[in-house]
Write a protein that binds this ligand. Structure first.
Ligand code: SF4
Length: 289
C-alpha cells in the first residue's frame, strides 16, 4: 500500500496521493488523466476526484498501479473498481488493468471469443481480475509480444491451462516452458482471424498480433504519440536494432488495422486509411537522420 509518509509534495491536498515509490510507468495517467499527470520523473495527483466518474477512474488507477504507489487517506468502497476489469474497448476486446511491476506497468488485453479467450501479454495475477477472467470464460491461449511483458504468465498458465505463444528469439530461462515458440520472420496464422507478425527491433523476437484485421496488439513496437500526432516507436528503448525495427515497421504496411493497442505508450483508434497514413509518417520519422 502507498505510504502517507512518502506522499510526494507535488500532490494537491486531498484524499488521493502518489508516493515516492512511483516508477513513472504512465498507467495511472492513461486510466485517470483527469486526476494524475506527469510531474517530471514521477506521477502526481493534480486534481482530486470530484465526480463519480473521476472517483472510479482514480480507484481503477489505484488498483492497476504496478507498485502500489497510489494511496487514499479515506476508506474507499472499491467494489465498482474491482469489478471494472477487464474493461471493454470495442467488440470483444478488453483491457485488463492490474499492471505488473516486472513488466514496468505494461498494459495487457483479453479477447473474449467463443473458441476460447485469448490473453495478450500478461497482467498481474490478482485475485479479483483472475475471478473476472474466469467468469468471462477463462483463457485458452496467451500470446506474448516479447520477453519484457511476460509478467505472471506462469501463474495464468497454471490457473487456466492456456497454451502460451512467444517468438523463439525472445525465450529466456523463465519462459523456457512456453508451449509454442515460432521462429523466423514469416507471419503465422494462429487462428483464421489471428495472425502473429514477427517484428524484430525493440527486441530480437518481438511480435505483434493482428486480430480480425482491426486490432493490432503492438507490445513495445508501436504506439501513438499525442505530442507528435502520429504513430511512433521508442528509440531510446530499442534494445535490439533500430534499423531492424524500421524494416519491421515497413512490413506492417502490408496489413489493415484500425486499432493500435500497445503495452507501453498510448493506444489509438483511426480509420484504416488514416492509420496507414500515420504509419507511413512514423516510418519517415524513424528513418530521419
Ligand atoms: S501507475 Fe503507479 S507507478 Fe505508474 S505512474 Fe502511476 S503512480 Fe507511478
Amino acid at each position: 500500500m502507498a505510504q502517507p509518509a512518502l506522499r510526494l509534495d507535488s500532490n494537491v491536498p486531498g484524499d488521493f496521493f502518489v508516493d515516492s515509490t512511483c516508477i513513472d510507468c504512465d498507467a495511472c495517467r492513461q486510466i485517470a488523466p483527469g486526476v494524475f499527470l506527469d510531474s517530471g520523473e514521477q506521477s502526481t495527483v493534480f486534481h482530486q476526484p470530484e465526480t463519480p466518474e473521476e472517483l472510479l477512474a482514480a480507484q481503477k488507477a489505484l488498483i492497476s498501479c504496478p507498485t502500489a504507489s497510489i494511496g487514499s487517506v479515506l476508506r474507499q468502497d472499491m467494489h465498482a473498481a474491482l469489478e471494472a476489469y477487464p474493461e471493454l474497448i470495442e467488440d470483444d476486446v478488453y483491457r485488463c488493468g492490474y499492471t505488473a511491476e516486472s513488466s514496468f506497468g505494461a498494459f495487457s488485453y483479453l479477447i473474449r471469443r467463443g473458441e476460447g479467450n485469448v490473453l495478450v501479454d500478461s497482467p498481474r495475477f490478482s485475485g479479483p481480475l483472475v475471478k473476472r477472467i474466469d467468469d468471462l470464460g477463462g483463457v485458452r491461449r496467451m500470446i506474448l509480444t516479447h520477453q519484457d511483458d511476460v509478467a505472471d504468465h506462469q501463474k495464468y498458465h497454471d490457473r487456466f491451462g492456456c497454451e502460451r505463444v512467444m517468438h523463439r528469439d525472445d525465450v529466456r530461462a523463465h519462459t523456457a516452458a512456453i508451449e509454442r515458440k515460432p521462429s523466423g520472420k514469416d507471419a503465422i496464422e494462429l487462428e483464421p482471424d489471428l495472425v502473429m507478425i514477427p517484428v524484430p527491433g525493440h527486441t530480437r523476437g518481438h511480435a505483434v498480433f493482428l486480430y480480425r484485421e482491426k486490432f493490432l496488439f503492438t507490445g513495445d513496437h508501436l504506439a501513438w504519440s499525442e505530442s507528435r500526432g502520429h504513430l511512433y516507436a521508442f528509440r531510446s528503448a530499442c534494445w535490439y536494432s533500430w534499423p531492424a525495427q524500421i524494416q519491421s515497421m515497413k512490413r506492417l504496411l502490408d496489413y489493415r488495422f484500425e486499432w493500435v493497442l500497445p503495452a507501453h505508450g498510448r493506444p489509438i483508434h483511426l480509420e484504416a486509411a488514416a492509420m496507414r497514413v500515420s504509419l507511413k509518417r512514423c516510418i519517415e520519422w524513424m528513418s530521419a537522420p
